[in-house]
Design a protein around this ligand. Structure first.
Ligand SMILES: Cc1cc2nc3c(=O)[nH]c(=O)nc-3n(C[C@H](O)[C@H](O)[C@H](O)COP(=O)(O)OP(=O)(O)OC[C@H]3O[C@@H](n4cnc5c(N)ncnc54)[C@H](O)[C@@H]3O)c2cc1C
Length: 436
């Protein structure tokens, strides 16, 4: 009997019960691979984080995992993305999700609500013993197990404070941007890279704005921008949860410091610290100042990522989600890419031996996410807001008098590169579900 009450070693250990790790467990189970153990560092999975977006490519995968109804119950199907000047003028508006021709919606959702859905599905489908909390992986090693089955390649995942490691056939590192699995694979890599931009985030209860399904990006120039969108539908009193983020280039070294310590999603700051960046901003559809002042808690985080890796695989150890390819949140795509990774990996493992599956997974996902990483970096500072500020620093009555349609179209296509897949390709692609 193992120290965790399991009769034998799980064949697959996943480190991290974030969105990537939990979706991987569900995807493996759906593909008929259910000898899985998820090992999570946090002693209890608290409801932390703010709003995230799920792109249609990820919603398709969650739908095929049977989670569409649960998701639709807590999320908002985002129908539009709008860019506005800091004095309110509309720069552009475009449809999103189903309105943009995808067969699946784009969802805005509170990260904690999404994690709850995934967590209860893992507990119901794989059993409560499939998740161990309070288990921080510190390193792994692999090879033949002394005295083990002849010829069997084993990975040993060492967890802080536990006398014996977990032995498994495959270790999946889904342990986020400060992944210990990645650090074992690439011991010389060092901390994440900050770009000098700080982000203040919060979730405030309030009335919805515009049609209640629009994500807005409001901007000033290369230094300051705000993003806001509802992450729940209005309740009986007409109020919903509004997620907001203010980004500002501070270059005060705080980002670097936080990057070294890991992005702490729980560090609180007073609203005045954020409001100081929005002096003089006004808009007739969104009371940004009021929303920020009314937030029960505001967190400040550095904008960080990591350089792409040459490989995500080391023998029978593989990286996934933020551990493999952390992205700036600008493209609202980190959680979606982790979900797609999970489904591709499970699909390949169900169809091929482990080595072949890992190599196919990496060939499918590494170049794609490397391209996305570069596209995300190109979006900072935001090219739309930068150009509008240069041409109309004091605002405008009609954007077409400031920026000709063709130029706007050029910038739009650069912005779209961060969401990755176009509607026609996604709608036509065959499913990654496995018949079991
Ligand atoms: C607490 C938290 C809050 C977040 N809030 C937001 C948000 O509000 N908005 C947003 O856009 N993005 C947020 N993110 C990031 C976003 O969820 C991820 O970019 C995305 O979902 C990719 O998910 P992931 O599973 O790869 O990584 P993550 O979501 O980072 O999950 C990694 C998991 O691994 C665990 N872990 C870390 N180290 C170890 C270890 N050594 N051993 C075992 N387990 C370990 C972590 O506790 C975490 O549960 C948040 C991430 C976290 C961890």
């Amino acid at each position: 009997m193992s120290p965790y009450g399991r009769k034998k070693s799980p064949r697959i250990v996943i480190t991290g019960a974030g969105i990537g790790g939990l979706t991987t467990a569900l995807s493996l189970h759906a593909a008929g691979l259910d000898d899985v153990l998820v090992v999570e560092a946090c002693p209890s999975l608290r409801a932390v984080g703010a709003g995230i977006n799920l792109q249609p490519a990820a919603v398709r995968e969650l739908t095929e995992l049977g989670l569409a109804e649960a998701l639709d119950g807590v999320a908002v199907a985002t129908a539009r993305l709008e860019y506005h000047h800091r004095y309110g003028g509309l720069i552009w508006s475009e449809p999103r999700g189903r309105a943009a021709g995808y067969n699946w919606p784009q969802y805005s959702v509170h990260r904690a609500h999404l994690q709850d859905i995934l967590l209860s599905a893992v507990r119901n489908r794989l059993g409560p013993e499939a998740l161990v909390t309070g288990g921080r992986l510190v390193r792994y090693e692999q090879g033949r197990e002394p005295g083990g089955e002849p010829g069997r390649h084993t990975v040993r995942a060492h967890v802080a404070g536990r006398p014996s490691p977990f032995s498994c056939d495959l270790l999946i590192g889904a342990d986020g941007i400060n992944s210990a699995v990645r650090a074992t694979m690439y011991p010389d890599e060092g901390p994440p890279l900050g770009n000098g931009i700080s982000m203040w985030r919060g979730v405030t209860e309030g009335p919805p704005f515009l049609d209640g399904r629009t994500m807005v990006i409001v901007g000033c120039n290369a230094r300051v921008k705000a993003v806001a969108y509802p992450v729940s539908r209005p309740d009986g009193s007409g109020r919903c949860l509004l997620n907001w983020v203010v980004e500002s280039r501070t270059d005060d070294g705080l980002g670097e410091e936080d990057a070294r310590g890991g992005a702490d999603w729980d560090r609180a700051v007073p609203p005045e610290e954020v409001l100081a960046h929005l002096e003089g901003w006004s808009s007739d559809f969104l009371d940004l100042h009021g929303i920020i002042a009314g937030a029960p808690r505001i967190g400040r985080y550095p904008m960080i990522d990591r350089d792409p890796l040459p490989s995500w695989t080391d023998g029978r150890v593989v990286l996934l989600g933020d551990a493999a390819h952390p992205l700036y949140p600008t493209g609202s795509n980190g959680a979606s890419q982790a979900i797609v990774d999970a489904r591709v990996l499970a699909y390949e493992l169900a169809h091929h031996d482990v080595d072949e599956a890992l190599s196919r997974y990496e060939a499918a996902r590494l170049p794609q996410t490397t391209g996305l990483l570069a596209a995300h970096r190109r979006l900072e500072p935001d090219p739309v807001l930068r150009q509008v500020e240069a041409l109309a620093p004091n605002g405008f009555l009609d954007i077409r008098q400031v920026l000709p349609e063709e130029r706007l179209d050029g910038i739009k296509s650069c912005t779209r590169q961060v969401t990755g897949v176009d509607a026609t390709a996604l709608n036509a692609r065959s499913s990654w579900s496995v018949a079991v």
